[in-house]
Design a binder for this molecule. Structure first.
Ligand code: J2J
Length: 549
């Protein structure tokens, strides 16, 4: 196992193998096998571009050869920040082919987050688009380099700009790598890539996922979602996020021999048009996007669309309100599937044969019979059946530790390896979970996760700030927005000046507080403690009280 990662105990690993969950397939073998079986079928579609499985595999081999030539070696980490373009598949599988490890960033990340990821993984390379959604990722990469976070190579999907150390992917595609490639030997029970945690701490944590554990979740998800070669999946959310990657996501679709259609953005105008023209059968969105789609079809701009191909709409990443959930079938004419998952592992789905009440009122049940679920009170004792409590979990695809984070792991995991999800749930008799809330210091802004402490630390770096607490405020559309309570040091900085300061520090736009309130002091915490965690709780309680009718 890669240094800095926590393996499953040998006994558990043996059990997961014996049960047939961990099959010993690695990501490179996965692509080669599906290419053999589905060679001439369409793997991925983006605008005018359509690649068959054979074309994807050929590109992967060429890029893999080019990466080796450039000096990317087996075991190297490579930060991948790409929007929804077919190169996501090409780059990820090329890295797998040479045994290098993708570190998946989001397109919204900026030099602060990307710099951290590059530094924390000692990345050999960073992969970016040139300009995306009006933002110049090359300039950002140059800045990451200038701040001393590496990496040696910047690979650009598009125009490299010709800067020293910047290479266009197009210039890397060599003669195909001769088989077998070094990556073919990648140990299936070792780490394949890193996902990013939604986080509760000052710096985002890295989630190491193995070939064995992740591919089990992909195969099992594909089965639960009944994927087949006829599946046409629309990737509407950013593809490097865990949900559209693996639940069942584009990997589930490749597993089944289906087609992945890439949407440049999740707007109803873009996506509902693609569903009609590409005859999409399934897609996955976060709750605010589902609301926009429902409204666009319900007498809105997309009312005339032919959506008859759509069989399943998955909604997850944040709690989907029951009222909206009830609108999905009548409005879109498809089944709803609620998905409650996390990049750390555990994923729950409502099943396609669950009754409608279960589908609209629960967040599903775990993928695996060997997902162990505990619902505990504040003192780690089991709550009475059906009562809300903290969700802890352990199983064949849930990590046992974050990367290089022994101190954090000591509290995020129990001694016997259960992950403390920070979610508050009720467990129903049939095994379905209802998400009731959250105990972690995280804001869920319509599915985008914000660690309060991370944003507070950036605010505290401002010279005119004495203290800061970032909390969630309820929002009808996004579920939650962020509010930063700030105690100034003397004259408060202007709001817009403070927000500019945060952007300048390289924070993703979704982490920039929606509201800033300057206050003289924070509410007392009852026990007189001054931890920011208690302050956040006190302010949240105060907000609830004042918001009450
Ligand atoms: C309430 N809260 C939810 C839901 C996630 C599939 C789907 C989602 C994610 C994801 C994922 C929720 N209702 N339906 O990785 O594979 C909140 C919980 C959870 C956290 C995880 C997947 N679905 N959540 O959202 O790592 O608080 O993964 O612990 O981004 O999102 O966030 P993330």
């Amino acid at each position: 196992m890669l240094a800095g990662c926590t393996p499953w105990p040998a006994e558990a690993a043996a059990r997961y193998r014996a049960a047939g969950y961990w099959t010993g397939e690695n990501f490179d073998a996965f692509l080669r096998d599906r290419t053999r079986r589905f060679a001439t079928r369409t793997a991925v579609v983006e605008g005018e571009r359509r690649w068959t499985y054979a074309e994807l595999d050929e590109r992967v081999s060429r890029l893999a050869a080019g990466l080796l030539r450039l000096g990317i070696a087996p075991g190297d980490r490579v930060v991948v920040q790409l929007p929804n373009i077919p190169e996501v598949l090409e780059v990820a599988f090329a890295l797998f082919r040479i045994g290098a490890l993708p570190v998946y960033a989001l397109p919204a990340h900026r030099h602060g987050e990307i710099g951290h990821l590059c530094a924390a993984t000692a990345a050999a390379a960073l992969v970016i688009p040139d300009v995306h959604a009006g933002f110049d990722h090359r300039a950002m990469a140059a800045r990451v380099r200038a701040q001393g976070d590496g990496p040696a190579h910047v690979l650009v999907a598009g125009d490299s700009g010709g800067e020293e150390g910047f290479t266009a992917l197009a210039d890397l595609r060599d003669a195909p790598l001769t088989h077998p490639a070094p990556g073919a030997a990648a140990d299936p029970d070792d780490v394949a890539f890193f996902q990013l945690s939604g986080g509760t701490t000052g710096l985002p944590k890295l989630i190491p996922r193995t070939h064995d554990d992740y591919l089990y979740s992909v195969r099992a998800s594909a089965e639960i979602c009944r994927l087949s070669p006829e599946t046409v999946y629309l990737a509407a959310l950013p593809m490097t996020h865990n949900f559209p990657m693996s639940s069942p996501g584009f990997l589930g679709v490749l597993h089944a021999g289906g087609t992945v259609v890439l949407a440049p953005d999740p707007s109803p105008d873009t996506c509902l048009a693609l569903i009609e023209t590409e005859r999409v059968t399934m897609t996955a969105v976060v709750p605010p996007v589902a609301l926009l789609w429902l409204d666009a079809v319900d007498g809105g701009s997309q009312a005339g669309r032919d959506l008859t191909s759509l069989e399943v709409l998955q909604v997850g990443g944040a709690k989907f309100g029951e009222q909206a959930a009830r609108r999905v079938r009548p409005t879109l004419g498809c089944a709803l599937q609620q998905v409650f998952g996390m990049a750390e592992g555990l994923v729950n789905y409502t099943r396609l044969d669950d009754d409608e009440e279960t589908v609209v009122t629960t967040q599903g049940r775990p993928i695996s019979p060997d997902d162990e679920i505990r619902v505990l009170d504040d003192a780690d004792r089991p709550v009475a059946p059906g009562e809300p409590g903290h969700l802890l979990t352990r199983g064949p695809y849930t990590i046992r530790g974050y990367y290089n984070a022994p101190e954090h792991n000591a509290t995020a995991f129990t001694a016997d390896g259960f992950y403390r999800t920070g979610d508050v749930v009720r467990l129903l008799p049939g095994g379905h979970l209802v998400v009731e809330g959250r105990a972690k210091d995280q804001i869920n802004r319509g599915g985008e996760k914000i660690a309060a402490e991370e944003v507070e630390n950036h605010i505290l770096a401002h010279p005119d700030v004495h203290d800061a607490a970032v909390v969630a405020v309820p929002d009808a559309f996004l579920g939650e927005r962020t509010c930063a309570y700030v105690i100034p040091r003397g004259t408060p900085p202007g709001r817009s000046q403070l927000l500019r300061f945060l952007r300048e520090r390289g924070l993703a736009a979704y982490k920039i507080p929606d509201r800033v309130e300057f206050v003289e002091r924070f509410p007392a915490t009852g026990v007189g403690k001054t931890s920011r965690r208690e302050l956040r709780q006190a302010i949240t309680a105060e907000l609830r009280r004042t918001a009450a009718p």
